[in-house]
Design a protein around this ligand. Structure first.
Ligand code: AVJ
Length: 336
């Protein structure tokens, strides 16, 4: 007779450790980000300010709109290719950059389970509360799973990121690489590459260039969820830097910039207005029509993906894509 292993889930939660990862570079404070971003023309903001609690919920709702295809396309692609990825890499551990709720990761863990493998999961994210509740859910679904949660910001350098033992599958999903300018994404990818051993692999998810109308609709859904997500960044600023933005006094705009192959989101001032930023003890004028550039989301081709990888010292091993080429999952290896 076999012994049953049915420890209560509260015990299983102890199989999850949480480790802070110190930043290498000092991150700018919100006031510094605003002072710097508002100096330029157009005024700009780093995209991380979208994701307060409300913004993260709005992003989840964006993923439920019929227009926003990237999330569900990537999830479907991952479900379809998980077995192949796990068979090809056979990882001892899975280290995920920006793991969030780890929803898509379940496909890989399920494929591991079906192959009788038990990789250790190392989620890495800025938000420890979302990571901890994701860990509880995962431990419930996969009783064999050990989780080493890492709390930190992958944008702040990876020098202090622990190196998990054995062969490691790095995950960088969700198309978030596209939110970085080419110089920044090259830096982030290079840092991941230099963290990797020769047998390690990176699974990268990026969105693809396609029909302008499809791209633009994805960032300007009919129900206005993306518009609310974009304007919410002004509520975040009101809170973070003691500003007095009126979100409704700005219009949401999203368009495909073909020359730079990226969606741009802007907030456009609807009238002449002046905004106070308490933390900087200064005011900023937003004449009617003036823009605040809030996000870029780069769209790739197979050639530009290969290029992006090459600049970081990585080569494409496998390429998983749907028939219409709407999204790419690439498995990349360090250049030998
Ligand atoms: C989560 C960063 C991949 O760029 O498509 C969705 C964020 N912005 N709608 C993206 C987003 C507007 C999203 N990423």
């Amino acid at each position: 007779m076999s012994t049953t292993n049915t420890e209560p889930s509260s015990w299983r939660a102890a199989a999850c450790t949480v480790t802070p990862v110190p930043s290498v570079h000092r991150l700018l404070t919100p006031a510094e980000d605003v002072a710097r971003g508002f100096q330029g023309s157009p005024k700009r903001l780093p995209p991380k300010y979208f994701y307060d609690d409300h913004g993260s919920r709005l992003f989840d709702r964006i993923c439920d709109t019929p227009e926003y295809y990237p999330m569900r396309t990537e999830a479907r692609l991952l479900a379809e290719s998980a077995r192949a990825v796990m068979a090809s890499v056979q990882p001892d551990c899975i280290l995920e950059m920006g793991s969030g709720t780890s929803r898509k990761t379940e496909h890989l863990l399920q494929a591991a389970e079906q192959a009788n493998a038990q990789p250790v999961y190392w989620p890495f994210d800025v938000c420890d509360s979302i990571m901890t509740s994701a860990a509880e859910r995962l431990c419930g679904r996969f009783p064999w799973l050990t989780i080493h949660a890492l709390v930190g910001d992958y944008g702040a350098g990876l020098d202090h990121l622990p190196r998990p033992p054995g062969r490691c599958l790095y995950l960088f999903l969700g198309g978030s690489l596209g939110n970085f300018e080419p110089e920044e994404s090259a830096r982030v990818l290079s840092e991941i590459a230099s963290h990797m051993g020769p047998d390690d692999r990176l699974l990268l998810g990026v969105d693809r260039v396609k029909d302008r109308s499809v791209l633009e609709a994805a960032y300007d859904d009919a129900a206005g969820v993306t518009a609310a997500f974009n304007r919410n960044v002004l509520n975040v600023l009101n809170h973070e830097v003691d500003a007095d933005f009126e979100p409704e006094a700005f219009a949401h705009e999203a368009f495909f910039n073909e020359a730079q192959s990226r969606i741009e989101m802007h907030l456009v001032s609807r009238r002449d207005q002046r905004v106070q930023v308490g933390a900087l003890e200064r005011v900023y004028d937003f004449p009617e029509g003036e823009r605040l550039h809030t996000e870029i989301s780069r769209k790739f081709t197979p050639a530009s993906i290969a290029d992006e990888l090459a600049r970081a010292g990585l080569v494409m091993d496998e390429h998983y894509q749907p028939e219409d080429g709407a999204f790419s999952l690439v498995l990349a290896a360090p250049q030998q």
